[in-house]
Every structure is written in structure tokens, then in C-alpha cells.
Design a protein around this ligand. Structure first.
Ligand SMILES: C[S@@+](CC[C@H](N)C(=O)[O-])C[C@H]1O[C@@H](n2cnc3c(N)ncnc32)[C@H](O)[C@@H]1O
Length: 273
């Protein structure tokens, strides 16, 4: 997704959450708490590089990290700025591309948090983004990332996740190559929005074609974007790329989410000391 698509996505997501508040912060809190347990002490400087609506940003700052947040999407930055202000936190929010963080913020952070690294499809682009993170970390600092983990280190583990996600998406045994569903419908103050998602299965990705129909009175606007879920960066592929770029000690910790009652893995890749 390019930046304009993220802007569009976050505008509609803001509307959705204003109608149907998700307790996203409570749901995600355990991963931020566990990260803090791994990196305790004063003055641990952390960059949330996928600010989005600022939910992780707020949790991470409340856990005691010294937090900054960045996002290439202007709408995401606005939403994060508002979230930290409402939480009465002091968190700088800035515009940056992951690829150039090493130039703008060289050797600045003990930790960089990123929950969307594996969404980059292209290998060279991902390598450039990883270099950006490596250079923005202090020696001994770590990039924190999710998706695949070391419990399934074999080649092709990502494709198994695709199979699972596809079976959840289609909710059918026939598994057609595309599947369309109404994801949500909400109405507020005379505005009615419906999101339809058509999922299309590729070899190592799922393309989710979003179509927002936005009605106010007689006026109707239609906005579209494609969100590509990428499955090629499983542990086998991503950890190798990380070592190639210069990270060391790429590892997973398996932790427990008490709010939802499941185990999850949090991954870290370190900059050499
Ligand atoms: C999956 S969303 C983050 C979700 C958020 N952490 C949450 O929990 O709500 C990924 C974010 O990363 C941003 N992003 C993607 N690629 C980027 C890049 N190369 N540089 C900077 N930001 C990027 C997008 O604008 C988007 O807001």
C-alpha cells in the first residue's frame, strides 16, 4: 500500500472505531508489557515505526519507555498525535520513511517497534528498510517485529499461515480463488459507510480489495484500495535477510496474552555492539 492508500484506510478506520470502539490497547497491552520486562530501566529510547492510530505508541509510553513515533501517513500521524495528547503523554510524532531513518536518526534508539515489516513485498525494498532500522539503532539495540517466528523455522512456514488465513477468510470448504464479504457497516450523524472486501489469493499473498461506499443524504462516494497481505517473509526467509543486512542474534520469545488467552511470539533482531 502506498501512503495515499494508508491515509484513506486510516480515515475510514477512524470512522469505524468512532462507531464501534475496539479495546485495542487492552488487547495488545501484554506484548508491550513483556517487551518492557525484557528491556527494563530508565531512559530506554524506543521508536514506534508503525504508529497507525497510536495505540501501541500510548501503551509503550505508559509502560515506561521513552517513546517517539513515526509514520509515512499524514492521517496516521494526526491520529497518533491526538491519541498521545488525550493520554497526556509527551511523545514526539514525526514523518519518516523506514528506508531513510538511518540518515535522519542515526544510532538513536535502543528499540524500534514495527508490526508491519513483513507487509513489504519486494526483497530489495525490504533490505533497504532493514538497513534503515539497523542504522537508526544504537549498537546493541534491537528491532522488534512480528508475524512468523522461530517456532516454525522451515521454508514454507509462511504459506501455511496463508492457508490458515485463507480458510478463516472464506469460511468455506470449497476455497474459491476470490471471496467477497461485507466487513462492516456503520451509521453516525447521518453518514452511512459500508466496507466490502474482496479477497484474492495469490501464490504468497492475499490481496484484499477494499471498497468503501460512503453515503450522506443523496451523496455517495466510493473509495477503493488494495491491502496486500504478504506471506513470503517467514522465519526462514526473513531471518536470513536480516543476517545478510547485518543484524545479529535474530530470535523469538514466546509469551502469553492474558487478555485473549493465547500465546504469541515477539521477535527481536539486534545491531552488533
Ligand atoms: C499495519 S499499520 C500499523 C498499525 C498500528 N501499529 C496499529 O496497531 O494500529 C502500518 C503502518 O506503517 C506505515 N508504513 C508502512 N510502510 C512505511 C514506510 N516504509 N515508512 C514509514 N511508514 C510506513 C503505514 O503508513 C501504516 O500506518
Amino acid at each position: 500500500m502506498d501512503v495515499a492508500d494508508w491515509d484513506r484506510y486510516w480515515r475510514f478506520e477512524e470512522f469505524r472505531r468512532s462507531c464501534d470502539p475496539l479495546d485495542f490497547r487492552r488487547w495488545k497491552r501484554d506484548s508491550q508489557r513483556e517487551l518492557r520486562a525484557l528491556h527494563p530501566g530508565e531512559g530506554v529510547r524506543l521508536l514506534d515505526a508503525t504508529a497507525g492510530m497510536g495505540d501501541h505508541t500510548v501503551n509503550l509510553a505508559e509502560e515506561g519507555f521513552v517513546v517517539e513515533a513515526c509514520d509515512a501517513s499524514e492521517v496516521a500521524r494526526e491520529l497518533t498525535t491526538r491519541a498521545v495528547r488525550e493520554a497526556k503523554l509527551d511523545v514526539p510524532v514525526f514523518d519518516a520513511r523506514w528506508e531513510t531513518l538511518g540518515q535522519s536518526h542515526r544510532s538513536c534508539y535502543d528499540l524500534i517497534f514495527n508490526d508491519a515489516l513483513h507487509w513489504t513485498w519486494d526483497r530489495d525494498v525490504l533490505a533497504a528498510q532493514l538497513r534503515g532500522f539497523l542504522d537508526a539503532l544504537r549498537p546493541g539495540g534491537a528491532l522488534v517485529f512480528f508475524f512468523a517466528d522461530a517456532r516454525e523455522p522451515d521454508e514454507g512456514a509462511g504459506l501455511r499461515i496463508l492457508e490458515w488465513d485463507w480458510s478463516q477468510t472464506t469460511d468455506s470448504s470449497g476455497q474459491p480463488p476470490t471471496f467477497e464479504r461485507v466487513a462492516w457497516t456503520h451509521e453516525r450523524d447521518g453518514r452511512h459507510v459500508e466496507l466490502t472486501i474482496r479477497s484474492e489469493r495469490g501464490e504468497a499473498f492475499l490481496d484484499e480489495h477494499h471498497r468503501f461506499v460512503d453515503r450522506r443524504g443523496d451523496e455517495e462516494t466510493i473509495s477503493e484500495l488494495v491491502m496486500r497481505r504478504v506471506y513470503r517473509w517467514d522465519w526462514f526467509a526473513l531471518s536470513r535477510l536480516m543476517y545478510d543486512v547485518g543484524f545479529v542474534d535474530v530470535r523469538s520469545d514466546v509469551l502469553h496474552n492474558r487478555a485473549k488467552g493465547y500465546t504469541f511470539a515477539m521477535n527481536r533482531a539486534f545491531r552488533p555492539r
